[in-house]
Design a protein around this ligand. Structure first.
Ligand SMILES: [Zn+2]
Length: 465
């Protein structure tokens, strides 16, 4: 008999517990939470309201969003969750033109309700300003004659405050930085021209996006000078691979044991990973030019290999791998001092796969220089370096057969031909000259004062072209 009572008692407790639990889930007092993911103080055509709603107790029953202007409400979101949801991310699109909303003030109201018997409700009202006018872009620099594999520089103005602006070359984006010409604000951007760029085959756009999310772009008129780069065949001896590959294995346990497999891993997989590291280092840039004058070329050094050389690697008579040499190789004496080509800030100092011991110096506005295969490094990340200051000594670390410097220049993390930056005429015609030329164009008084100089410049350009 006792056992029977015990069983009934247990059953009663279980039932009471279930009822209490059910009661708790539907009768709760906590309001749903609404979390806006972005600033909505200004909104433009095609903008999304990124938000998330959550209710940890009874769950979300419904979410709605309206946009109101001049006393009219327009529903932009209406979702129901009969089964409840603890957390929900939503991003309704604001088709402002479709809703016949006009530029000016408006209110966005978001409401979330839960499954409690009390229908706990949270309402969030955001005062916003509708702006569907995209920024106007005005090009100020002229004569963008660029070399395949080289660097381009452009100056332009935007009509309003922007959150993102720069130059799009194919699928690559190069950030534009605030600049001023005679105290008038504008933007400057350095951009890289692909090695394979052809005359008429490249689309370069200046783009700008405002706070409301409106984006505009204009074509940057330019002229590409096509370039032919040399091909090179490199014979890999078994002795070289057997001597070199253990260095990579020391730094990276993924490097295979057999010499050829090790080389293929290093030359292909590691090369791609190193390029990503370099791109990330190159993006740590100052928003102003830190450099001045021409870039220094390693003293008393013989050129060993040029930029954009297409390399085919031969092993025991077979072509086994390929690469594009995105720098210049220079050799002098062993352990020669390596100087910073220009002033800047060290953004990388350490071992970097195929590049061995490497230093990367940021020169501002996305421009940086890279020094590879060093035997030792004498600078630290974050250190300011002057033009000509010693960074370390040359060596043969990484994928190098002998003591030499591999020197690269990068724009927005993309490799460009360094020889342009060694050339005072190129810098004057394509970078510094553009700034002063633009300044004189914009101020008629200055232009009148220097007509002879402007003429001489025009003549010189023709002679060089
Ligand atoms: Zn090299």
């Amino acid at each position: 008999m006792n056992r029977m009572y015990l069983l009934l008692f247990g059953l009663a407790i279980a039932l009471a517990g279930t009822a209490l639990w059910a009661f708790n889930t539907v009768l709760e007092f906590e309001k749903p939470a609404i979390d806006l993911k972005e600033d909505l103080s200004t909104i433009g055509q095609g903008r999304f309201i990124a938000l998330s709603v959550s209710d940890q107790k009874s769950g979300i029953r419904s979410v709605s969003a309206t946009i109101s202007q001049d006393g009219k409400d327009h529903v932009v979101l209406s979702e129901n969750y009969p089964g409840g949801t603890r957390e929900q991310a939503l991003s309704p699109e604001l088709n402002l033109r479709g809703l016949h909303l006009k530029d000016g003030p408006a209110t966005i109201t978001i409401t979330a309700e839960d499954h409690s018997w009390l229908k706990n409700r949270t309402t969030l009202a955001v005062e916003t300003s509708i702006d569907t006018v995209p920024p106007q872009i005005g090009l100020i620099s002229s004569a963008h004659n660029v070399n395949a594999g080289g660097t381009g520089v452009a100056l332009y103005r935007v009509s309003e405050e922007v959150t993102r602006t720069g130059i799009r070359v194919g699928d690559r984006f190069f950030q534009g930085y605030p600049y001023a010409i005679q105290a008038k604000p504008c933007h400057i951007a350095y951009f890289a021209i692909p090695v394979s760029a052809s005359k008429g085959g490249l689309k370069i756009l200046i783009t700008a996006r405002d706070k409301a999310g409106n984006e505009s772009s204009v074509i940057l008129p330019h002229l590409v000078r096509e370039k032919k780069f040399k091909d090179d065949k490199i014979t890999l001896s078994r002795a070289f691979l057997e001597q070199k590959m253990p260095e990579f294995r020391q730094h990276d346990s993924r490097v295979p044991a057999t010499p050829l497999e090790a080389f293929l891993f290093v030359n292909e997989t590691l090369r791609v990973e190193n390029a990503r590291t370099i791109q990330a280092a190159g993006s740590k840039t100052q928003p102003k030019a830190l450099w001045e004058g021409t870039f220094l070329r390693m003293k008393n050094a013989a050129p060993m290999a040029g930029f954009a050389q297409e390399r085919t690697y031969l092993f025991e008579g077979m072509a086994v791998s390929k690469s594009t040499h995105l720098g210049v190789d220079l050799a002098s004496t062993e352990r020669a001092p390596i100087e910073s080509a220009n002033s800047g800030v060290v953004v990388h100092a350490g071992y970097l796969g195929i590049y061995g011991n490497t230093v990367i110096v940021d020169h501002g506005l996305g421009l940086s220089s890279l020094y590879a295969h060093l035997s030792d490094i004498s600078v630290k990340i974050g250190q300011n370096v002057a033009r000509g200051e010693t960074l370390g000594s040359s060596g043969s670390t990484g994928l190098a057969g002998g003591d030499h410097l591999h020197f690269s220049i990068l724009v927005g993390g993309e490799f460009v031909n360094p020889t342009e930056w060694w050339d005072a005429h190129w810098i004057r015609d394509n970078v510094t000259g553009k700034l002063t030329e633009t300044a004189s164009q914009e101020a008629p008084a200055t232009q009148k004062a220097q007509p002879a100089k402007a003429k001489a410049k025009g003549k010189k350009k023709k002679a060089r072209g």
